[in-house]
Design a protein around this ligand. Structure first.
Ligand code: PEP
Ligand code: MG
Length: 582
């Protein structure tokens, strides 16, 4: 391993400084330990193996079909070879026998026997045998990913201060690695608004994105990663190490202390107008206590992370306890609970969720929940039961058309009726709102606003759907910008519709905490900005500096600018002029 010093400038995704050791995770590199299982679980392990093999064969057959259609016969042969490997009867019998005799997990036995088979092939002078090893490993990583549910095995452990470096991680991976006490992430894929980034930010784990990180960063090297600037130093000098240690000390507790010292919540503009500020939460995070103490509302609680934590829908009691805890902690400040916003894109491979080729345009959010009405009603029942503090609000994600609102409200009414009949208390005045994340919803916001108690604009998804640019795909991240006038136009339309219908409007996408966008939102008349806790202090400082009467013209100017660059230039000019004024 080279110990040459090298500096890389990546894209900052989640702020904070970490110093540690690189743990490079290559695709298909599963860290599986040889863990024993009780005799009573042996049959379950064998059934899981059979299931994983079946799923792999189905996937490979599908890929073969696509290959034949798009590329032709010769490429399909690769899949023929892999299909033979996946279904190899003798090999699978060997794995099953060893699971029975050694009482080990299916994943660990399968992994071990695959390694035994491929190691001699990998070193063979024969090109054909070396290629065979590659094919076997490709099949094995599919089987293993089905077996262990996601790409991180829960049985592993990491050395203290590990910084995980890899191609791409799902939110589940981030959570699993956090449980193993990983301190930060360097990734080559997944933009600033990807779900992985959101979860990392809510957990306050630094993340930097840089192309080719798995190739550039040697496994086991010492690393400094600054998630605020995007700087990565591989094998830093002792002086740099001490300097960054000092900087990190200043940063961590400082954020909590800075929230504590904020003069007034909600913050006021220069001309004395209050601007609501809220926090986006999902899992318990380090800033929760101070947020609750300062009575900062929870503008978005992403409940789907409850699903991700256990890879299944949590039961009513688990949900009830979670929602009640957060409602009690923040009361009387409002807590907006969003119903499960799940889809194949949030779960990634391995979850028991139908594969979709185009998941962002597929079965997610309220679409999935209305089809799984029992899951939806169970969640609503838990939310209603937890609403006795009268500070819970229910929010529906990914609304596209009015009928979805009507159907969801019908289900909510049915749950309320049942609770009443059962004599279980809940807040009868509980507010139900929706998220505007789809252009169709933004353009019909006037109709939707008449049916709901509040609206919150999710600029992360609104951007990807307006710009036709996947929020997690770096190749199109020059197009994925919430500052595009088309996106801002839809935001302005939605705010106007809410004002006209006298309902409160908030923004809960990441743009809400962007200091460049805040004057614009004040100008539009947005009531509340809800953001990752780490952005609250800077956002409040910005609000304090803006004069609400002077930013109205900014909205017209930015929204009518014809291009992304023109919109950004206008906002930057405004910020520069206003900084000069100080
Ligand atoms: C959004 O789309 O802006 C949003 C807040 O929802 P999520 O990021 O969870 O999709
Ligand atoms: Mg969204």
């Amino acid at each position: 391993m080279s110990d040459k010093r090298k500096v890389i400038h990546g894209v900052p995704i989640s702020s904070g400084i970490v110093l540690g050791t690189a743990h490079v995770v290559m695709p298909g590199d599963f860290r599986i330990v040889d863990s024993p299982v009780p005799a009573t679980r042996v049959n379950r392990e064998i059934a899981a193996l059979e299931d994983a093999v079946e799923k792999t064969i189905a996937e490979l057959s599908e890929m073969r079909k696509v290959a034949v259609r798009k590329i032709g016969g010769p490429v399909a042969k690769i899949f023929d070879a892999q299909l033979l490997i996946a279904g190899d009867y003798e090999f699978l019998q060997k794995v099953k026998n060893e699971i029975r005799s050694r009482k080990r997990t299916a994943a660990s036995v399968y992994n071990k026997l695959v390694r035994n088979a491929t190691n001699p092939l990998k070193n063979s002078p024969d090109h054909y045998l070396r290629q065979m090893a590659i094919d076997i490993e490709a099949v094995a990583s599919r089987v293993l990913s089905h077996l262990i549910g996601n790409s991180v095995s829960k049985d592993t452990h990491l050395a203290p201060n590990t910084i995980v470096v890899g191609r791409a991680f799902t939110p589940n991976d981030v959570m699993a690695y956090r449980e193993l006490k990983a301190v930060g992430f360097i990734v080559s894929r997944g933009g600033a608004d990807s779900h992985m980034a959101l979860i990392a930010r809510s957990l306050m784990v630094p993340v930097i994105q840089t192309e080719q990180c798995c190739k550039i960063i040697p496994n086991g090297s010492r690393l400094i990663a600054d998630g605020t600037t995007g700087d990565i130093i591989i094998n830093p000098t002792p002086e740099e190490w001490s300097e960054y240690q000092r900087r990190r000390k200043r940063l961590g507790p400082t954020m909590i202390a800075r929230i504590r010292r904020l003069p007034k919540i909600p913050p006021v503009t220069r001309d004395g107008k209050e601007m609501g500020i809220g926090a986006n939460l999902s899992l318990p995070g380090p800033a929760d206590d101070i947020l609750a103490e300062r009575q900062i509302p929870v503008g978005l609680y992403r409940t789907e992370f409850l699903y991700m934590a256990g890879n299944k829908f949590p039961d009513e009691e688990t949900q009830y306890r979670t929602y009640l805890r957060i409602a009690e902690k923040f009361a009387p400040a409002p807590v907006v609970l969003r119903t499960f916003d799940l889809g194949y894109d949030k779960l990634g491979n391995g979850a028991d969720w139908l594969h979709e080729d185009n998941p962002a345009l597929g079965w997610r959010g309220i679409r999935a929940m209305l089809d799984m009405s029992q899951v939806f009603k169970t969640q609503v029942r838990a939310m209603l039961r937890a609403s006795v503090q009268k500070n819970i609000k229910i929010m529906l994600p990914m609304i596209t058309d009015l009928w979805e609102v009507e159907r969801a409200k019908k289900y909510i009414a049915q749950v309320k009726l049942k609770l009443r009949r059962d004599g279980i208390p809940y807040d009868p005045g509980i507010q139900v709102g929706i998220m505007i994340e789809v252009p169709a919803a933004a353009m019909t916001a006037d109709t939707l606003a008449k049916k709901v108690d509040f609206i919150s604009i999710g600029t992360n998804d609104l951007t990807q759907y307006t710009m036709a640019a996947d929020r997690t795909n770096n190749r199109v991240n020059n197009l994925y910008s919430p500052f595009h006038p088309a996106v801002l136009h839809l935001v302005a339309l939605t705010v106007e519709a809410c004002k006209k219908n006298n309902i409160p409007v908030s923004i809960c996408g990441e743009l809400a905490g962007d200091v460049l966008a805040i004057p614009l939102f004040i100008g539009m008349g947005v009531d509340l900005l809800s953001m990752s806790p780490s952005r609250i202090v800077d956002a409040c400082r910005m609000i304090n500096k803006v004069d609400s009467t002077l930013v109205r013209h900014l909205v017209t100017s930015v929204v009518s600018s014809g291009s992304l660059q023109a919109a950004i230039n206008r906002l930057k000019d405004y910020k520069a002029a206003f900084e000069q004024r100080k």
